[in-house]
Design a protein around this ligand. Structure first.
Ligand code: ARG
Length: 589
């Protein structure tokens, strides 16, 4: 079913047509002057320009038609020609009943579902995940959930960084430490060891050491490059060692993502393109897309209309190794051939904008991605500390995901203790709840601003149970659950939703009708912040209502049953909103 706003747009568009104007002027939005009406249409002003006529006159004519609509009331004109309108309480309760009866709460599925791959996460094998990967995970997960809810066929891919120079650095580092390992024998043919010669914590410690050594010592860097090239060429001992790195890392990463409540459908990575790399490069060469430049193989992607200089995309280094852009190009080919994707959405740091511009252009130019396929970099800004610099540990180091999780969980527990929540709960349950509240703090804070913006992670503010915060929304949902549980214990049932008893109740209903619009906006802009804002406005409207109207103490049984039904509908809408943000709601707190 269309949202209420859309239905009103249809009605108003017809009224414009009936008055002799184009239907496209009939767009209706929620009013920013609730004292004048619930909704408004500003189309008469634009129409007046096109038709060289008086806006007020156009508005009068359109309003004349609108006044005949039985679902509308208080159709009025303000200022130079703004049309204000409200719906009757009857129309509003009909809308509530329809939403309540619909398992999708009135949100339509898209008419033409697409096959979408969301590329988010992007952690690198053998390096621990840090807060830099956190935003990708949180934003990508939400975009994936929203797209899926709207009816698209969506796959989330973690796209591991597992084929670059860091692999060669690690191989040479292991060789330095365990030179006798059979894997370093050039003639190694197997079998591979059952157990990995390195653990996740070994890798975490080895990578920074190896990287530092390579930066300082040109010979070490050369060895790492060489090992990377040989790995990519398929040297068996290196491949076997690489498999250990890969498996050990994936186990750690899966645990981290599970903690975050982030789930990938595909655990593919750069290395999964290795079989198609030689033929891809051959093809680019033979079709004249690639050229040799100072020993390297590059592809020109600049266009005549470019204002700034767009450097060529590097395909092969002079030592023959492939690069980040090469595997990304091959991954596009893979997503076309194997997944038949219509749309690729990359949720990756803004700082990689140039990289994606080059890769996308390369994919278009070579025909890897036909024009019908959409390629999109949904970039995001940096999560900063209060000092305005990228969020760090107290000691000034890069904050690991695990540390951050601990930080937010601890703060959540403190806050709950302050306000007397989860008192006398079993230990295990209260720590579970603290984890959920901590995650809600983190995710809501991250999603609340438009993704392209940098933001300051202010734990004191974001962990509060008041204001625009995850904990506020969670608390509101949990309290509503508890009200409904109490109602059930007392044998109270929900009934028909009656016309609103007050402006506060009407506001809740009107907010509920906006859910499909918020969803659509969020998906269109790859911008979960619209859902954050919606959830906050909805929760606030409900809290105001609940403050004035005592659902459990109401004496009129029909009124009480109606309020219970409204509370149920509110809870469903809020929980859906939170779910699409990737935020889990406890049963009680
Ligand atoms: N591994 C990369 C990094 O840590 C991110 C990968 C993003 N996805 C992609 N297809 N390039 O910066």
């Amino acid at each position: 079913m269309p949202s209420l706003r859309k239905r009103l747009t249809e009605i108003t568009s017809s009224a414009f047509e009936a008055s002799g104007f184009d239907a496209r002027y009939g767009d209706v939005i929620r009013s920013d002057r609730p004292d004048l009406g619930q909704f408004q249409c500003n189309g008469a002003l634009a129409a007046a320009k096109t038709y060289k006529s008086n806006p007020r006159k156009i508005a009068e004519s359109v309003a004349g038609h609108l006044r005949r609509e039985t679902t509308l009331e208080n159709v009025s004109i303000a200022g130079p020609g703004f049309i204000n309108l409200s719906v009757t309480d009857r129309a509003l309760t009909d809308q509530m009943a329809a939403m309540a009866a619909d398992e999708r709460l009135g949100a339509d599925r898209v008419a033409a579902p697409q096959k979408i791959v969301v590329d988010y996460g992007g952690p690198n094998v053998a390096k621990p995940m840090h807060v830099g990967h956190l935003r990708a995970a949180i934003i990508g997960e939400s975009i994936k959930r929203i797209a899926r809810f709207l009816g698209h066929d969506v796959l989330g891919d973690v796209h591991l960084g597992d084929w670059g120079l860091q692999m060669g650095m690690l191989i040479t580092e292991v060789q330095r430490r365990q030179p006798d390992l059979a894997y370093f024998d050039v003639d190694f043919t197997g079998p591979a060891l059952e157990d990995s010669p390195v653990s996740m914590s070994d890798l975490e410690e080895m990578y920074p050491a190896a990287s530092a050594r390579a930066q300082e010592d040109p010979a070490a860097m050369e060895a790492a490059r060489r090992a990377t090239f040989e790995l990519q060429q398929g040297r068996p001992g290196y491949r076997a060692l690489w498999s250990h790195f890969h498996d050990v890392s994936i186990a750690g990463l899966k645990a981290d993502y599970a903690q975050l409540g982030v789930e990938f459908d595909l655990w593919l990575g750069e290395s999964d393109t290795q079989d198609r790399l030689p033929s891809l490069i051959e093809r680019l060469r033979s079709e004249g897309h690639a050229r040799q430049s100072e020993g390297a193989l590059v592809m020109d992607v600049a266009l005549p209309e470019d204002k700034a200089d767009i450097p060529p995309l590097m395909l092969l280094k002079s030592d023959g190794a492939v690069l980040y852009g090469t595997t990304d190009l091959a991954t596009i080919a893979q997503r076309m051939d194997e997944l038949h994707a219509d749309s690729l959405i990359y949720v990756v740091d803004n700082r990689q904008a140039d990289h994606f511009r080059q890769v996308f252009r390369g994919a278009r130019k070579s025909g890897i991605a036909p024009a019908s396929v959409s390629l999109e970099h949904a970039g995001f800004g940096t999560m900063n500390g209060k000092d305005g610099k990228p969020f760090k540990t107290r000691a000034g180091g890069v904050m690991k995901l695990k540390d951050l999780m601990e930080l937010v969980t601890e703060r959540a527990a403190e806050r709950m203790a302050e306000v007397g929540m989860v008192k006398d709960y079993p230990e295990e349950e209260s720590s579970q709840i603290a984890r959920m509240v901590g995650l809600a703090t983190l995710k809501y804070a991250d999603l609340m601003n438009h993704r392209t913006k940098d933001y300051v992670f202010d734990l004191d503010r974001f962990s509060s149970f008041e204001g625009r915060t995850g904990p506020y929304l969670l608390y509101t949902a949990v309290r509503t659950k508890s009200i409904l549980r109490k109602a059930e214990e007392r044998g109270l049932q929900s009934g028909d939703i009656l016309p609103a008893a007050s402006g506060l109740e009407r506001d809740v209903m009107l907010k509920l009708t906006e859910l499909p619009d918020a969803l659509e906006l969020a998906f269109a802009g790859r911008a979960p912040n619209h859902l954050c804002e919606y959830g906050y406005a909805l929760a606030t409207a409900f809290n105001r209502f609940y403050h004035e109207h005592h659902v459990l103490r109401e004496e009129d049984a029909a009124r009480q049953a109606s309020w219970i039904a409204l509370s149920e509908l509110f809870l469903r809408a809020l929980c859906l909103t939170l779910e699409l943000l990737g935020i889990e709601v406890p049963e009680r707190m």
